[in-house]
Write a new protein. Sequence first.
Length: 170
Amino acid sequence: MNPITVILLIALGMSPICYISLKLIFRNSIMFQVSVWTVFYTIFSSVVYYIAGVLGVKSLFWVLPLAFLVGLTVYIFINKLLTKPLVNSIDSVKHLSTGNLSLNLEKVGQKNEIGILNNSILQLVENLSSIVNEIKNSADNLSDSSNSLKNVSEQISQGASEQAASVEEL
């Protein structure tokens, strides 16, 4: 059997083993996705460099740029995977810290740490909005009660004045 075919079969056979092992280790962590892409790149690089070794030194002219471009693509993807959701969460917390509760957050279906963080910030905004609305309603009720008490006091005062005038006439 051709040695290149053997290394390709070994790489294909190792891929599911690596995937399952990483899933057992990291479960729903963001590190699972990062490690899967890193292992993918490592297996890809190993195969490509093995092929370059079999074909000779001249093949390095296409192997090195190919491996670099694939690695760059993988790590740009990992950067987006981590950075964008974290920046969104940081911006949300900054807005919350200024008292702005009118954030447009959406619940995410991710089960990793970043998804949990985003959903927790969403829940925090909802709870704080609810508390602020309850305080506003209580303040409105207190204001209404205060106005009612003022009106009743005025009526009592007017009635007392009228009775005092009636007593004085008597």
